[in-house]
Design a protein. Structure first.
Length: 530
């Protein structure tokens, strides 16, 4: 294994995940700069403990707000009360049957509304109506929303008169005291530690997605993975550079990436390589086009900058690995990231080309902008070599899925009904919706109908574009023989995240930019269901 040093490289950055707030679980003791009281509908007086440590005058002010009409606990309403020494924020939670989503969203929206100018010591007190599961979701929402990607903004600008001014506290991290009665404290401590670990993975995925394409290109991703894995016994990483791809015959990756001076690569991750020996474990595959111009089938200019997000499948893969390690997951998990930059040049692949792939099947290239499926063809075939329990790929694959589902849901295709149900359930629990879509025979027929190759990389027309893309991928999911001698495909699911990886304006966890979509879904799927 060699590591080509790229002359365009800037110094490799440590992939340390973005800072997550400091937090601790306590009884109802000291109050920080800000006191947050999330309250359910129907409170007319502050619950026991909610106001402990406050002066008589401060208590009276809060109770006045609660008895009057100023605050009724209505969902989504917040009331800020300024008292000497402490800002008190009442957060309306609606009925005490509040859903998981509304608890997580309430925490996220609160975090978005807080400003460091008021101080960074925040006390959140949970009293009547709260159980530890709901408390965890509220604080998790705060953790997830506590994210910024401002590394390319000069310091002077950051501390200026912007919307989150307050030069003094700008570089401080939030320090959150989570206060609850004694019987909740131990379980809260454990569940919040897990939330913080998962959040570090989500934030890493968001960082990778948000990185400009001149900084984050295929071998830079590889370098960051290696820096992350170094000294971590739970992680094994292998990098297939351009030379190795050629040795292996990975024509999908090679052809998509060869038009760029920044050559493609494949990254193989294994978490806990020695665990679960002899058992089948999951393999997750991510599309990582660090920039997609469309290649010779050049995209129109408008919005092309967004094609830096075309590597979000690979971003989610790396973020998921971080989340699994940070939460101490002991099982073995494999993952593959397929990285390339799709550029037009004299060396680029063309429409009309027939390209070989790792599987041995050939692809007729009808449009060089349908490149994600070409790199995944190699990734899916490689995944089969791990003899996995299942394969899940993530890809910002088609505009067609955004037409179908908007920015509200990921498209989910699978050759295995049970796997599909489990992924959808995990997505629902995390409010990262994965919506089942059909893998019809007719779509497969369309994609295998090339006159001069095994598979064509474009459907015959524009209709059902996300479904024909999924049908293409299915051609590269390996079969295996099971006990009874019957051959069948490895259980596989495809997540088209083109609508959910960025631009998700209704996602309360995200202000803008990359979303880190499905790090949480897959963490849940792998760690909580079998
Ligand atoms: Zn493309």
């Amino acid at each position: 294994m060699t590591f080509a040093s790229d002359s365009l490289n800037t110094a490799t950055e440590s992939p340390t995940p973005a800072i997550v707030m400091e937090w601790s679980v306590n009884g109802f003791d000291d109050v920080g700069d800000v006191l947050v009281l999330p309250l359910f509908k129907g409170v007319e007086k502050a619950p026991n403990n909610a106001l402990s440590g406050l002066s008589r005058a401060q208590r009276a002010t809060v109770n006045e707000a609660l008895t009057g009409d100023a605050f009724t606990g209505k969902k989504g309403k917040r009331l800020s009360i300024w008292t000497p020494g402490c800002r008190i924020v009442l957060v309306g939670m609606g009925n005490s049957s509040a859903s998981d989503k509304s608890c997580r969203d309430a925490g996220a929206k609160l975090m978005a509304a807080l400003t460091k100018r008021d101080g960074t010591a925040v006390t959140v007190r949970f009293t009547t109506g709260w159980n530890s599961a709901k408390m965890t979701l509220f604080i998790e929402g705060m953790m997830l929303r506590d994210y910024k990607f401002d590394k390319y903004i000069s310091k002077d600008d950051k501390n200026g008169e912007g919307n989150d001014g307050g030069a003094d506290n700008q570089d401080k991290i939030w320090n959150v005291s989570v206060q609850a009665s004694a019987r909740h404290q131990e379980s809260l401590n454990n569940s919040l530690a897990s939330s913080a670990g998962i959040t570090s993975g989500v934030h890493l995925a968001r960082d990778l997605g948000n990185e400009p394409p001149n900084y984050l290109y295929p071998m830079e991703y590889a370098d960051r993975v290696q820096a992350w894995a170094k000294g971590n016994g739970a992680v094994e990483v292998e990098v297939y550079d351009y030379e190795k791809l050629q040795k292996e015959g990975m024509g999908g990756l090679i052809n998509v990436g060869k038009g760029s001076v920044r050559k493609p690569c494949m990254i193989l991750f294994t978490i806990n390589p020695k665990a679960d020996s002899g058992e089948r474990v999951p393999c997750i595959v991510g599309k990582g086009i660090t920039f997609d111009t469309g290649g010779i089938s050049l995209k129109p200019g408008a919005g092309m900058d967004e094609m830096k997000y075309d590597m979000h499948g690979a971003a989610t893969v790396f973020g998921l690995m971080q989340a699994l390690v940070a939460t101490g997951w002991k099982g073995r998990v494999n993952a593959i990231a397929c990285l390339a930059e799709n550029m037009p040049s004299a060396e680029a692949y063309r429409p009309g080309d027939v390209i070989p792939t790792y599987s041995g099947k050939t692809i007729e290239v009808l449009n060089t902008d349908a490149e994600g499926r070409n790199v995944l063809a190699d990734g899916l075939w490689k995944a089969g070599e791990f003899d996995p329990s299942y394969i899940i790929d993530l890809a910002t694959l088609t505009g067609a899925v955004v037409v179908a589902l908007g920015h509200e849901a990921t498209g989910l295709w699978s050759n295995d009904g049970e796997l599909s149900v489990r992924i959808a359930a995990a997505g629902d629990a995390e409010d990262e919706i994965a919506w089942p879509m059909p893998l019809l025979k007719a779509f497969e027929k369309e994609m295998t109908g090339s006159k001069i190759a095994d598979v064509r990389n474009l459907g015959k027309g524009r209709w059902g574009g996300s479904c024909t893309a999924a049908a293409f991928l299915k051609q590269f999911v390996p079969e295996r023989q099971d006990g009874d001698g019957k051959k069948s495909q490895i259980p596989w699911a495809h997540l088209d995240i083109a609508g959910t990886a960025w631009g998700a304006s209704t996602n309360a966890m995200v202000a803008h930019g990359a979303t880190g979509i499905h790090v949480r879904t897959l963490h849940r799927l792998i760690t909580q269901s079998n």
